[in-house]
Structures are given as structure tokens and as C-alpha cells.
Design a protein around this ligand. Structure first.
Ligand code: UDP
Ligand code: MG
Length: 312
């Protein structure tokens, strides 16, 4: 009988673990499959781990990995995917924002033969500003990167074993899952659902971390920002040359006029700005190269009740 694995990264979610488990089991028991529920404690400072251990002590379907510190959701997810044994996995948040009631429909998609079944949320309840920024961001990222990202599609999805292995084969340290899920390709089905607001605990995303995540998304999947620097530099150089010839021509005809404070300062500021931005973009890429060359593990496991999954 097939095994479905649920992968749940959790960072300071003590209030949600038990109810999450209860809701999950209700759905999973309906399926004609075996299941395992993998919680990844991502260095929580509250009682998250204790809650998980309590469950694991009574239910042998509950697996856990506890990381040595907070490595971030991307790493926690990866840790989970590495150790589950399922023929398919469903990745979901532990804050009940990803309704377990969708599991049945997702599994149906898997039975139909899809390798990825994505649950896509609406933006109901999000602040206007956040929705606006998100939709602008998706327009931008889709126009400049080679992967196709959809607004509302996140990590909440079912992956077949084939998709899981494809994801695990990507070893980069700067992980931007949304992009990776799209990059691996494979057949995909989308299910829509109404956005659910968080009831317990706080979102781990600050405005800053969202902006950083956004930059990660753009830089991880293409080199176009570097090219933009190149073209801008080229354009400015071209315009400057025209300007220089034009001024020179005027000087030759009419002699040196008033001191050109305005033009000088304009050129300095314009060029300075473009150079700084370009340096920043180059720096982003170099930083990433630096990170990748260190080849550090993505996470470290403190305790766990499962070993790494070896393909049979
Ligand atoms: N999470 C994690 N490590 C982190 C931050 C978040 O494992 O460093 C988990 C968190 O417990 C939750 C999921 O990732 O299960 C999504 O986090 P959150 O609800 O804060 O994000 P949002 O829903 O606001 O996008
Ligand atoms: Mg959430």
C-alpha cells in the first residue's frame, strides 16, 4: 500500500501542533493509503519540540527532526523531504493556514498521475498594500526570469516521489523553493482555495524578510540584472559621448562659456548612482558564489526518530 508523507516545518508553533495533528489525521484516515506525519522543529524557542515529542510518543505515524538552531523554512523543508519515505509528500505550514481538508483533492490529483498538485490561495484578507506589491512582484519576476511563478502558489503542494527526488537533486544553498518547484517542471495540477488567516502565533515574515526573499527570487534564477547593468552602462556611455561631442563643438564655435556646474554635477550623480547599483548587483551574485563555494550543509540535525531516506 502506498505511503503518503506530510512534511511540516514548524518554528515557534506550540499552540498549533496538536490541533494540526488532529485535523490532519481526520483527513488522512479517509484515504486508502498509509501515512506518516513529519514535523521539522526549526530551532523553536517555545514548546514546539515538546508538543511534537508528546505526539511521537503515542503515535508511530508521527516522525520528527529537530534542527540545532533556526535554519529557516527552506532548510527545514529540505530536511523533511530528505527523510520521508513516502511515495508522495504533501508540504504544508503548521499554522493551519494550509487547510488539511484539501488533502483529499490533492491526493486525487496524484492518483490522476500528476507529479505536482499545487494548492493556490486567493489573496482574501491580505492587506491591500501587500497584495499590490505581490502582484507587481510576480509581474516583474515572470518578465525577467526563466521560471514561471504564479501569485498565490506557495509551498503548499503535493509532490510525487519523482518530484521529490528532482528537488533533492538540486543542492544549491540559496534555496528559493517556489522557483525550484517550477524549475523541475513535471506535470502539474492546480487547486484553488480561499486564503485562511493565522489564528495563533505570528507570521515569521517581516517586511524586510519579504523584500530579501523577493531579491533572492530574482537573483537565484537568472543573470538578467547583470545584463541590465551592462546595457545601462552602455546607454549612459553612448549619451555621454554625444553630449561630449556636442559641447566640444559649441566650445570650438563660441569659446568657453559659463562654468558648467549643472552638467558636471548631473554627470557625477547619474554615473555614481548607476555604478553603485551595478556594484550592488554584482555583489549579490558574488555573495551567492561565496555561499555556494563553502558547501556547508543546509541544516544540522539535533535529534530525530528517522534516518536519511536511501532510495531502495
Ligand atoms: N517556519 C519555519 N522556519 C522559519 C520560519 C517559518 O519552519 O524560520 C515555518 C512556520 O512555522 C510555518 C511556515 O514555516 O509553519 C510558514 O511560516 P509563516 O506562517 O510565518 O509564513 P506566512 O504564512 O506568513 O507566509
Ligand atoms: Mg503562515
Amino acid at each position: 500500500m502506498k505511503l503518503i508523507s506530510i512534511v511540516i516545518p514548524a518554528f515557534n508553533e506550540e499552540a498549533n501542533i496538536a490541533s494540526m495533528y488532529a485535523k490532519l489525521v481526520k483527513e488522512l484516515e479517509e484515504l486508502p493509503y498509509r501515512y506518516e506525519i513529519m514535523f521539522i522543529n526549526d530551532g523553536s524557542s517555545d514548546g514546539t519540540l515538546q508538543e511534537i515529542l508528546k505526539l511521537a510518543a503515542v503515535h508511530d505515524t508521527v516522525k520528527y527532526i529537530s534542527l540545532t538552531r533556526n535554519f529557516g523554512k527552506e532548510s527545514a523543508m529540505l530536511a523533511g523531504l530528505k527523510r520521508i519515505k513516502g511515495d508522495a509528500a504533501i508540504v504544508m505550514d503548521s499554522d493551519l493556514q494550509h487547510p488539511p481538508t484539501l488533502i483529499g483533492e490533492m491526493v486525487k490529483g496524484y492518483e490522476e498521475g500528476f507529479n505536482q498538485v499545487v494548492a493556490r490561495r486567493s489573496r482574501t484578507g491580505d492587506s491591500k498594500i501587500r497584495s499590490l506589491f505581490s502582484s507587481l512582484y510576480y509581474k516583474l519576476i515572470n518578465s525577467i526570469t526563466d521560471v514561471d511563478l504564479q501569485d498565490g502558489e506557495g509551498d503548499f503542494r503535493l509532490l510525487s516521489r519523482k518530484a521529490i527526488n528532482a528537488i533533492l537533486a538540486l543542492s544549491e544553498s540559496n534555496r528559493f523553493s517556489k522557483g525550484l518547484f517550477s524549475w523541475i517542471g513535471l506535470s502539474k495540477k492546480t487547486i484553488n482555495y480561499e486564503n485562511v488567516l493565522r489564528t495563533d502565533g505570528d507570521s515569521k515574515w517581516s517586511f524586510n524578510s519579504l523584500v530579501n526573499y523577493g531579491i533572492d527570487g530574482i537573483i537565484s534564477f537568472n543573470m538578467k540584472p547583470l545584463r541590465v547593468c551592462f546595457y545601462t552602462g552602455f546607454l549612459v556611455l553612448f549619451l555621454s559621448l554625444i553630449y561630449i561631442f556636442f559641447t566640444l563643438y559649441n566650445i570650438l564655435r563660441e569659446g568657453i562659456g559659463a562654468p558648467g556646474y549643472f552638467t558636471t554635477i548631473t554627470a557625477i550623480l547619474l554615473l555614481g548612482g548607476i555604478q553603485l547599483i551595478s556594484l550592488g548587483v554584482i555583489g549579490e551574485y558574488i555573495g551567492r558564489i561565496y555561499n555556494e563555494t563553502k558547501q556547508r550543509p543546509h541544516f544540522l540535525v539535533d535529534i530525530s526518530n528517522v534516518d536519511e531516506y536511501d532510495e531502495p
